[in-house]
Structures are given as structure tokens and as C-alpha cells.
Design a protein around this ligand. Structure first.
Ligand code: DGI
Ligand code: FE
Ligand code: FE
Ligand code: FE
Length: 188
């Protein structure tokens, strides 16, 4: 499916604010893909679809996680973590995305994981720094994105997310910690 059709489908599934976020992530992901030598077309489609299930029915997502044999640990953690994995499933089933790298970028956009590809990192970072995001430090992260290499930028963004969760005494999904350690341990 093409950009316009996918965007139209997203518009029907989410409130205006989330749709504007989706466009912001898409533009940012495409720019980061250019900057880091990745395929902007893959970044575009993955970004458009990344939050397709943000407002999906919670019970349906739970059943999908069980039926599709996704990581059962997800169900123990906050339901906010479900829309990435279920979104990857919908991207394939409903929107015909076959590319495993694009599906992983959608699947792991909230948590990260061990062994993230460049495209996965780009979607994670774009989700965090797109122009409509407002949180303290977002300008610092946007600035960092102009000069840092991709791995360091990913470490900076992920550690910010983890520290934010910890500051509020929220549980942190194991993939996020594992991703953080993996990024540091495999650093050249
Ligand atoms: O869907 P978005 O709002 O664009 O962003 P997202 O998918 O990156 O994150 C969705 C929410 O999930 C966000 O409010 C923070 C939360 N979150 C991310 N990682 C974890 C988490 N919440 C918990 N409890 N544990 C995590 O590891
Ligand atoms: Fe999300
Ligand atoms: Fe995110
Ligand atoms: Fe998002």
C-alpha cells in the first residue's frame, strides 16, 4: 500500500492528535534514514504503521498476543506495551507488510530489544523526538540527533526512557534493559 492509503487508514483508527504524531514520526524517520544511510521508503511505511494499534481493543490485543504466541511476558506488564507487537501483526495481516525488518521496527518500537537493526533504532528514536513531542529534554535529544552516531543516539534515547520510568517507579520491560546493556556491550 502507498503512503496516502496507509495514512487514510491510520486517520480512521486514531484521534487527530495521534495522527499528527504519526505524520511527525514519519517525516522524522525518513530524515533519519537519509542521515544514517538507510532506506527512507521502509522507514516511511514502518513509521506510518507504528501506532496503528494504539487504540485497539484491549481484550482483542490480549487474545491476539495469546493466539499468535507472542511473548507472554507482555501480559504481565502494562497494556501500553501491547500495541507494538500487535501492530506488527496487523501490519502484516491487514496492510501486507512482509519485510521482517519493517515488522520488527513496528514490533519493538516501544521497548527496543537485543540486536536492533538500524531501521528499528530509527523508528524508536523518531517516535521519541518527532516535532510534536513535548517533554523536558526533548530539545536536547533533537539536538543530539544532529551530531551523534546512531548507536549513541539510541543509547541516549533509551536511557532517557528507562530513567523516566524508574523515576516514577514504573516497571521496566526486560527487553528495554536487555537492549540498553546490548547497545553498550556491543559498542565498538
Ligand atoms: O505509542 P507512543 O505514545 O507514541 O510511544 P511508545 O510506544 O514509545 O510508548 C508508549 C508508552 O509505553 C509510553 O507512555 C511509555 C510506556 N512504556 C515504554 N516502555 C515501558 C513503558 N511502560 C512500562 N510500564 N514499562 C516499559 O518498559
Ligand atoms: Fe507507540
Ligand atoms: Fe517510543
Ligand atoms: Fe508513537
Amino acid at each position: 500500500m502507498e503512503r496516502v492509503n496507509l495514512l487514510a487508514a491510520m486517520k480512521d483508527r486514531m484521534p487527530e492528535k495521534r495522527y499528527i504524531h504519526t505524520i511527525g514520526v514519519t517525516d522524522t524517520a525518513m530524515a533519519l534514514a537519509e542521515q544514517f544511510g538507510q532506506n527512507p521508503k521502509k522507514a516511511e511505511i514502518a513509521a506510518i504503521l507504528h501506532d496503528s494499534c494504539k487504540y485497539a481493543d484491549r481484550e482483542w490485543m490480549k487474545q491476539t498476543i495469546i493466539e499468535q504466541k507472542m511473548d507472554p511476558t507482555l501480559l504481565v506488564y502494562h497494556h501500553e506495551l501491547w500495541h507494538g507487537p500487535v501492530g506488527a501483526y496487523v501490519a502484516k495481516q491487514e496492510f501486507g507488510v512482509e519485510d521482517e525488518d519493517m515488522l520488527n521496527a513496528i514490533r519493538f518500537h516501544t521497548t527496543g530489544r537485543i540486536g536492533m537493526s538500524d531501521l528499528e533504532k530509527i523508528i524508536y528514536i523518531a517516535d521519541m523526538i518527532e516535532p510534536n513531542r513535548k517533554f523536558p529534554d526533548v530539545d536536547m535529544l533533537r539536538e543530539a540527533s544532529k551530531s551523534m552516531e546512531l548507536n549513541d543516539l539510541m543509547i541516549t534515547c533509551l536511557s532517557h526512557s528507562i530513567q523516566f520510568l524508574m523515576s516514577k517507579h514504573q516497571p521496566v520491560f526486560p527487553d528495554s534493559f536487555n537492549c540498553y546493556n546490548d547497545l553498550l556491550l556491543t559498542k565498538k
